[in-house]
Design a protein around this ligand. Structure first.
Ligand code: DGJ
Length: 731
């Protein structure tokens, strides 16, 4: 259904509705629409009263008409906070546009409830489309803007980003900090007066400034409080603002960070913002995550139940650059023995790539290491029933490479300045069609000539002075990377791609629109992984979360962990092994084989259910798991991540179970020694069978044993009796 209305001077209200969420957009006096309400579902009648009930009085010493927190905040209307649009024409004109609405079109389909609000500023000669779509399947809202230069001179765009107004009870912010090998670290803070601003200038999504923010009622937990989550689908520079104004209002603004002169719109040209994705929950953080997960799962290329995530072995920490086909062949055999389904050959296979100083750009197989090409290894891998995956870093070039010697001008930098290396490498200018076509053909040839099921697409350095045609080119580069991946996917639709950027430096909804896996972190340290994956899971579902069992001593932290906690920390995600199995003992390999079999047995539950992070009073504990959508089953990892202040740990209070269903609890065996340090185990552990109702497991909880730090339990809960059906999950 499409409803149209055209502009006049009057106000307008649009109600977007999904099963659990309503968004009401309000425009007073024919200007910019603003989010008047974003919360639990309303009927149209109530939605119609939003403008009246929410209409604000005018305070003293303020403008006679308050500037709204429009979807694009306008300094031209007197909005004194962060403007959503900033730019100008060569004369200086157009620096503070003020838009009037022309047309509103609402489209209702089975999938989405969407409105496109068209506005214009006749004096600045700018047209603006505000596109807001609420997805019915997931309750996720998507916001995107398009700006068109209708004038006869160029228009320089310095900033262009949507703002979402939130109510004053959104008093606390959760954002993510991080670094290489410690990504997705959740940080909470009071949403104080002024603006919290996070600017990412790395030219990739980044490890430290993920473009996402969750705001909620103060003290919101996994299961309580209103929470609004927003994340920008963009893999380049970004700017996230949480602003609280002195007049009591607040908003979140997420957009690209544009360098000076980066976007100059010629007459008739347009710019589109990346999409901001938002999810609201009246019941804590878990539901925001479920909605994001459901949204991502609804995309057509997302690996669903028909494509179980193959257990992988990645060669990086096993052999690094030391590629010897006979060793790799043995490693593949060992991998197959423990149940691995995809063998991924990481960095080191191409021309002269013996360390990280050379060869990026030369995407041909190194004949010194592989005299007969990759085929013998691939054939061996395939004969063992496994798929073959290959590492590439297509956006990069080493100065010490054939490619750079031939085409030094293909590097993305300002050639008047000395080269700035990162990991000894430069970025290729993919907006240069010759460079792009060359790389496209090389990767295409690899995929055509070899039986390759997946690429690990790496990107290992920040962009510095990314100059194209004499001006800032980060945005163009990001779009060119998308186009390159899209073209390769078009040519090779069966090939999956893993997004990697020194670990989790490129994890966002837009790269995930064209990839199936994210390499979450270069840290395989089981303990650090607990926290990294907890943060990651707030946005992304477990089936895209690359999680590997590393060697006994972590290569990135030097810490030793036994196989139990290493397995438990990797178990829930897209499982892999990143360990030289040729050095593992027979007993260890047997234990891994059992664990891999257990993972496969539960894989449909793990990668199809609702993810749960449990609230715990004890900071020394991290409990995460998955509850089946029909609540018939659940699986949780209870991890002791530190020494507790208390000698006996408190009970685990589960979440997401059906209150009236009875669950049989099984303590699944993890590899390694049993780490129960108590004189006696908890009562339930000594019993043959333990069955309890969901309500009790969520209210009273289950008593864990006294355990060493850095050890874990794997708890399976299965609802037995059909008459106790509790219904589907309701978020
Ligand atoms: C960085 C990645 O994050 C690692 O997993 C590995 O692929 C190396 N690059 C290879 O150079």
């Amino acid at each position: 259904m499409t409803k149209k209305s055209s502009g006049g001077g009057g106000g307008a209200t649009v109600h977007l509705r999904s099963p659990s969420t309503s968004i009401v957009l309000v425009s007073h006096d024919g200007g910019m629409p603003a989010v008047g309400y974003w919360g639990v579902g309303l009927d149209d009648d109530d939605a119609g009263s939003v403008a009246t009930l929410g209409g604000r009085p005018t305070a003293r010493a303020s403008l006679d008409v308050e500037a709204p927190i429009g979807l694009v905040t306008e300094s031209g209307r007197g909005f004194a906070g962060q403007p959503g649009i900033a730019g100008h024409r060569p004369s200086g004109d157009g620096y503070a546009p003020r838009f009037r609405h022309l047309r509103v079109e609402q489209h209702r389909t089975e999938e989405t409830d969407r409105v496109v609000w068209s506005l214009v500023d006749a004096f600045s000669d700018l047209a603006l489309d505000v596109d807001v779509a609420l997805c019915r399947l997931s309750d996720v809202v998507q916001v995107g803007l398009t700006l068109t230069n209708r004038g006869s001179s160029a228009y320089v765009v310095d900033r262009f980003a949507p703002s979402i107004a939130l109510p004053p009870w959104a008093g606390e912010l959760l954002t993510f900090s991080g670094r290489w090998t410690l990504e997705f670290q959740p940080r909470r803070q009071e949403w104080g007066p002024g603006a919290w601003v996070s600017e990412n200038r790395r030219g990739r999504t980044s490890h430290d400034r993920i473009p996402a923010v969750l705001a909620g009622t103060s003290g919101f937990t996994e299961t309580t409080g209103d929470v609004w989550g927003l994340t920008l689908g963009w893999s380049g520079n970004s700017r996230v603002v949480a602003e609280r104004l002195s007049d009591g209002r607040r908003h979140l603004q997420l957009g690209e960070l544009l360098e000076s002169g980066e976007v100059v719109l010629a007459p008739g040209r347009s710019i589109r913002t990346p999409i901001v994705h938002g999810a609201y929950s009246p019941a804590g953080l878990a539901t925001v995550s479920h909605r994001f997960h459901r949204f991502l799962r609804g995309r057509s290329h997302h690996p669903g139940p028909d494509r179980p995530r193959p257990v992988m072995l990645n060669t990086w920490e096993a052999v690094y650059f030391d590629h010897r086909p006979e060793i790799l062949t043995d490693l593949a055999s060992r991998a197959a023995e423990v149940g691995v389904e995809r063998f991924v050959l990481d960095d080191g296979w191409f021309l002269g790539r013996n360390d990280d100083t050379s060869a990026l750009g030369d995407w041909v197989v190194d004949p010194a290491k592989y005299p007969d090409g990759l085929r013998p290894l691939i054939d061996h891998v395939r004969s063992l029933g496994m798929e073959f995956g290959l590492w590439v870093e297509p956006e990069m070039v080493n100065p010490d490479s054939e490619l750079f010697r031939l085409h030094p001008d293909w590097a993305l930098h300002d050639d008047r300045y000395p080269l700035q290396l990162g990991r000894n490498q430069l970025v290729l200018d993919l907006s240069n069609s010759e460079a792009r076509d060359h790389i496209l053909e090389r990767i295409d040839r690899l995929l055509t000539d070899n039986d390759i099921a997946s690429l690990k697409w790496d990107m290992n350095r920040d962009l510095v002075q990314p100059t194209h045609d004499g001006r800032a080119g980060s945005r163009r580069q990001t779009l060119a990377v998308y186009a390159l991946i899209d073209e390769l996917r078009r040519r090779h639709p069966g090939v999956e791609i893993e997004s990697c950027s020194s670990g989790g430096g490129r994890a966002d909804f837009e790269i995930l629109a064209r990839t199936e896996r994210i390499w979450t972190s270069d840290s395989n340290d089981a303990l650090d992984r607990q926290e990294i994956q907890r943060g990651f899971s707030m946005l992304f579902p477990p089936e895209v979360m690359g999680s590997h069992i590393g060697p006994p001593v972590s290569h990135t932290t030097g810490r030793r962990h036994d196989l139990g906690i290493r397995s438990a920390s990797a178990f829930l995600g897209h499982l892999g092994i990143e360990w030289n199995l040729l050095t593992a003992s027979e007993a260890e390999r047997a234990e891994i084989a059992e664990l891999v079999a257990l993972h496969k047995h539960h894989r449909a539950l793990l990668h199809g259910g609702d993810w749960r992070r449990l609230d715990t009073a004890d900071p020394a504990v991290n409990v995460m798991g998955v509850v089946a959508a029909d609540r018939s089953e659940a699986l949780f990892v209870y991890a002791r991540v530190a020494s507790s202040q208390e000698s006996v740990p408190g009970p685990v209070r589960f979440a997401g179970l059906a209150p009236d269903r009875r669950y049989r609890i099984t303590n699944l065996t993890l590899p390694g020694p049993v780490r129960d340090r108590g004189i006696s185990p908890p009562a339930w552990m000594g019993m043959d069978e333990v069955v309890a109702r969901g309500r009790l497991l969520m209210e009273l909880g289950l008593q864990p044993p006294v355990m060493d730090p850095e050890s874990a339990l794997l708890l399976h809960l299965a609802a037995g009796d059909a008459e106790d059906r509790g219904g589907m999950s309701d978020d």
